[in-house]
Every structure is written in C-alpha cells, then in structure tokens.
Design a protein around this ligand. Structure first.
Ligand SMILES: [Zn+2]
Ligand SMILES: [Zn+2]
Length: 657
C-alpha cells in the first residue's frame, strides 16, 4: 500500500487504462468548453454569406461584437458601396480566464474592407465602447469622431498604449459638440450628427448617421433622465424631429429591457449623500464607479458642505476626474482635494476618501484598504463606508464578500441594495434605460427597422417584443448574433450571413495571448503538471541517473515520498524495457502514457504529463547521424556536465514544494 491515502488520494487498482485516458480527455474538453466563447475568427464556422452583388444599393450593417452580454466589446460596421464606417470599438472586461485582462474583437473582417474605411464613430467613453480602438485604429487608420469627454478618453487610451507597451500612435480625432448637434460629413455616403443623451458618464451621445438609404439612429448606452445632476438631459426634442423626418433603422440599448418602469432620476441621490456625509463621525470612504462624474460631483458637494477634504484613489478614478475638471464638468472648490498620501495625516472627521472597488474587484482600492494592504490608508473599526453601486450582474458574490469583510472590520456600512435597512436614502441609479424609457425612445424615433443591441439574447428579445408592441412590424425587428450582417434597403431587410468574427485575448500588459496558451493554463489549473526527466545512455539504453520528477499543482512530493520512490523504480523499469525497441518519439509517447496510467491508478488524478528525454553517449555508427560518433569523449563529458547542471537546476526548483 502506498502513502497517498494520507493526502486523501484514491488507491484504486481497478482503474482502467481507458479511465485514465478519459480523464485526460475530460481535462481537454473542459478547457475547450471554457474557451469556446472566446474563439477567434479562424475557429468560427461562418455561415454562408449572401451574394453581395444582389445588394449594391443596400446598406450592409455588421455586428462584430456587443450582442452577447452587457458590457461586451461593442462594434458594428456600416457599409455602403465602397465606403464603410465603424460604430464604437470596445473591449470586454470581467474575463474569467487566467492571465487575461480583457478581450477585443477579432478584426479579420476589416482587412477585407480596409480600403472602404472612412471613420470610427464613438457614442461614449466607456471601455466597452472605446477599449478596442488602440488595437484596431493603428492597423486600420481612420479619424475617430466623438464628444469632447469621449475624445479625451480616447486620447488617454492612446497615451496608456505608449506607457503600457511602448507603442506610439497618435490617432486623428474629431470632436463633436453635442448641444449644437454638430454634424460631420464622413465620406460621400455618410454623415453623422451627435445628440446629447443621459447615461452614467459625461458627454454620452446618441448618433444619427445619414446614409443614401436612410437615417440610422444608434442610441448608445442611455437612459432618459429628465433631471440629471449636470442639468443636461437627453435631447428628446431633436430625436423626435429626426423621427418625424423618418428613421430607417434604430439600434437601441437593451441592458434593462427586462425591468419595467423607469430609472429614478439621479438627483434623488444627492440628499442621501448629504445625510450620510453630514452626520457620520470619523473617516468616510465612498466607493463609486470611476467614470461617473455626476456621482463624484454629488459626493464632493456633500464633503464640502461637511467641511471635509477629499482624497481620490484608484488610477481610473484619478484620470476620469482629471479630464472632467479640465473640461469644467466636475467642479471642485480650491483646496478640497488632497493626495491619498496626505490622507493619513488628516483629522478623521475632516476626511473623505473616494475610491474604486465597490464591486469587490480584487485589486481595487477599497479591497486593498479592507485587507490592510493599502500603502497609505487602511480601514479601521468606526470608519464609515458608503458603496454607491449595486452589483453588476455576475459580481454578486464578490460584492457580498466585500461587504462581509467590511462588517468584520467593524465599519458603519451603507450600500445601495440595502439602503432602507442601512437607514439612508438611495445611493445608486443605473445608467441604462428600463422599459418605460425604451418605449419612449421607440415612440420618439418610430424607425422602419429595429435592432435591439447591448446585452445578451434574453434582454434583446424582450426589447424586440417591446418594439413589436410599439407597432413595428415583426418582420422589421431583427435579432442578429455577433458576426451577423444584414442588408437593408428602404423597405426590406435581408440576412447577410456571417463575417469572420470572434475574440482576441489581451493580457495585463496589453499583449495578445494565443487561445492555445490560455487553454494550457486552464488545463494546468485543473490537475496540475508532472514532468519526468530521463537521462539515457545511448549505448546501453540504461538510465544514467535516477529519473527526475517535477510536480506542480498535482501532488506535494514531500508528502508522498513512498509513492514517488515507487514511481521512480517503476519508471526506471519502464524506460529500460522500452528505450532500445522504438524510436525516440515513440519512446516519449509511451513514457507519457505510462506515467498517465500509473498516476491515475495511484491517485485518481490526471495531470498534464511532460516527458523530457536526454540522450547521452556516442551515437551508433549505422545511423544517418554517423558523424556524431566522431565526437570526442570530451564532448560527451561536456554533455554530461551540462545535463548534470540542468538536473541540479530542476531539482532545486522543486524545493518550493
Ligand atoms: Zn456599454
Ligand atoms: Zn456605457
């Protein structure tokens, strides 16, 4: 009996060869499944494309991304004749793959139409709408059009590109004033007008794209707040005018098409902040979304009224605020803001820290402050923490974990979802329209054709039904998937098939990571890795040293010494039996299979097995490599020393176990 039982490992001699191989396959299949939704264009089977020759006078609208989730890499392409424009160019955040920061769209399709490309039209500055630009525009250059705040964020993204990767690129940008409905001619066929719309960051826009076939209105992300804090409501008047003149196609935000009613107006939150911040003793920490400047303004207003100084923390929050201050969007009285370094030395009841991390994001400021890991300020018993957000779908668990941790520290906690129980007013409103506002948008625009965008199939289908209820003929409401295109004429819409599309994975440094690499990482994270290093004597076929074994994430070798000894003995025997019989490649394959079976039988686990075979000694004279036999003994000796050093290195690495 081996010692593995003390690790709780199985000792089942009845495990068959088939079961071991099935376990390996299962690992592969699990990793494949996890990677499936992040496949690039080469891995997608494209549906047959419609013959474009039949649609020379039609508008072609293609969705590369943005239709699968809320906050997914939005990007659509609008083509007419030999001209094309790109509408939004985002990235996807919250990607749950090891070492991956975000994904962007696979833009293989742009290669085919690059001669047509005239413009990038951007609705607003959230990353799911601009985060792909730095990967796309340098390869397929064209001017980028957007509102003042959006364009500043775009320029910032290219500054970051230089900092992150050393790549220098200065895009051509065109800034559109929203309140004058500034209109740009983009090409012979296309012009664009920008209209103000309320969302959750400054200067969000709906765009009206005029084409030879008709107008397209893309709402961008929006809600229809009649009383936003900045007193700059959506331009419903102009939307209605355009609706009266006739709109061919409406692309509208579906994020909350599953929620009845309207989003409460943002102004309702101001009093909640005055109440909490005006009355709390000691230090106050407020976590909010970093790009929401109206929210930042309310928090700062309340801090100033309470005689508190404000420290901003989190890289994102600082840069959004800096641009907003420079553009006169965020108004902060002189002397209010202090650096986070200074925060530690300020009297507790005169300090408010505004930070990121309200969703429980692992590396954000609030998380580090709650772990005692923040360089300058950490949370203590008696502090007040205000979380000015609800969990974004998918973040519910981290949101709750953060709240639990904060409570353990003993802070006074105010969160939006529990605000009534916490004894305060509401602390958050969403930036995305509910059904009441979606209905209003459909009524204002009254389009011939309607495509619900932004958010997955479920919410888009609710939005589609709403369109039908509002009187759009069902055949004119279209629900494409990512990669799909449609041809639109003034009175028809035809399926245009699929274009190459998919995801490209990007790491923390902005580098592209191959899907194969990430698949390997997933498999390693499943059952770990076991490397066996065999040093063979070419002449005798014997092992020159005891097999070296390296285990990572599989079993702790120190706790399984008997198993490892048994394994080494068996491996030595297996190697000696096989080595002379077969070619080196076959030998490696057989050793790999042998190790898989052995370990599965002994442990019930199936790690990735990597055999490394070093062959030492004179080559036999009857091979094609006969000349190697002439190598001096000195060479052989050198080889042996080299391998001994390598072996020592590998073994010292193993000490980490
Ligand atoms: Zn969005
Ligand atoms: Zn947005």
């Amino acid at each position: 009996m081996n010692q593995t039982t003390k690790q709780g490992l199985k000792k089942s001699p009845a495990k068959t060869r088939g079961a071991a191989m099935r376990a390996q396959k299962r690992n592969h299949d699990d990793a494949d499944r996890a990677m499936e939704r992040y496949a690039d264009a080469s891995q997608h089977q494209s549906r047959r494309t419609t013959d474009a020759a039949d649609f020379t006078n039609a508008l072609k609208v293609t969705f590369l991304g943005g239709l699968d989730d809320v906050g997914e890499k939005n990007m659509a392409i609008i083509e007419y004749g030999d001209e094309a424009i790109v509408l939004d160019c985002g990235n996807s955040l919250g990607i749950d793959l090891p070492g991956i920061n975000y994904t962007v769209n696979d833009i293989s399709y742009l290669e085919a139409i690059k001669y047509k490309l005239r413009a990038y039209v951007i609705t607003h500055g959230h990353l799911d709408h601009i985060g792909g630009l730095r990967h796309t525009v340098p390869r397929y250059p064209a001017p980028i059009y957007g509102s003042p705040y959006t364009i500043k964020l775009v320029e910032k993204a290219f500054d970051d590109l230089l900092t992150d990767t050393g790549q220098e690129y200065t895009p051509v940008v065109m800034t559109a004033q929203l309140d004058t409905h500034e209109t740009f001619t983009l090409s012979n066929s296309f012009s664009v007008e920008f209209l103000r719309i309320t969302h959750s960051l400054p200067d969000a826009a709906a765009v009206c794209i005029s084409t030879p076939v008709g107008r397209i209105i893309a709402t961008g992300d929006f809600r229809l707040d009649p009383e936003p804090l900045d007193k700059m409501p959506s331009d419903t008047k102009r939307l209605k005018e355009l609706g009266n003149q006739g709109v061919l196609l409406l692309l509208s935000d579906s994020s909350y098409a599953d929620v009845e009613g309207r989003v409460p107006t943002e102004s309702t939150l101001q009093q909640s902040f005055y109440d909490i911040i005006g009355n709390a003793p000691g230090r106050i920490f407020v976590a909010a979304f970093s790009s929401n400047m109206n929210r930042a303004q309310m928090i700062i207003n309340a801090a100033v009224a309470a005689g508190r100084e404000v420290a901003l923390d989190g890289r994102g929050m600082m840069s959004y605020a800096e641009i907003a201050v420079r553009q006169g969007i965020l108004k902060i009285p002189k002397g209010t803001v202090v650096s986070i370094q200074q925060a530690a030395s300020i009297t507790p009841n005169q300090l408010l820290v505004m930070c990121t991390g309200g969703q429980g994001e692992p590396n954000a400021a609030l998380q580090r402050m709650s772990d005692g890991q923040h360089k300058y300020v950490n949370l203590n018993e008696g502090d007040t923490v205000v979380i000015s957000s609800s969990p974004i779908p998918g973040n519910e668990v981290t949101y709750d974990q953060l709240s639990n941790r904060l409570k353990k520290i003993g802070v006074h906690l105010f969160r939006h979802p529990t605000h009534e129980v916490d004894g305060c007013g509401p602390l958050h409103v969403s930036g995305h329209a509910r059904r009441g506002e979606l209905r209003e948008m459909l009524e204002l625009v009254r389009p011939t054709f309607f495509i619900p965008v932004h958010a997955g199939a479920l919410r888009r289908s609710y939005h589609a039904e709403l369109g039908v209820e509002q009187g759009i003929p069902r055949r004119n409401v279209i629900l494409p998937d990512n990669g799909d295109s449609v041809y639109i004429t003034p009175d028809t819409v035809v399926d245009g098939g699929q274009v190459p599309h998919g995801s490209v994975l990007v790491d923390q440094n902005g580098g592209i990571v191959s899907g194969i690499v990430v698949k390997d990482r997933l498999m390693l994270s499943g059952e770990g890795i076991l490397a066996v290093v065999l040093t063979m004597d070419k002449e005798s076929g014997r092992l020159l040293t005891s097999p070296d074994i390296i285990s990572r994430g599989f079993i702790a070798m120190k706790d399984n010494e008997d198993l490892m000894k048994h394994f080494r003995d068996e491996l030595r025997r297996a190697a000696a039996q096989r080595y002379k019989r077969i070619s080196l490649d076959e030998f490696k394959a057989e050793i790999r299979e042998y190790v898989i079976h052995f370990m599965y039988e002994k442990t019930g686990r199936s790690p990735i097995v990597i055999p490394v075979v070093n062959v030492i000694g004179k080559a036999s004279t009857n091979t094609a490599a006969a000349h190697k036999a002439l190598r001096s003994d000195q060479h052989v000796k050198n080889d042996q020393q080299r391998y001994a050093a390598m072996r020592a290195r590998l073994l010292t690495q193993d000490q980490r176990d």
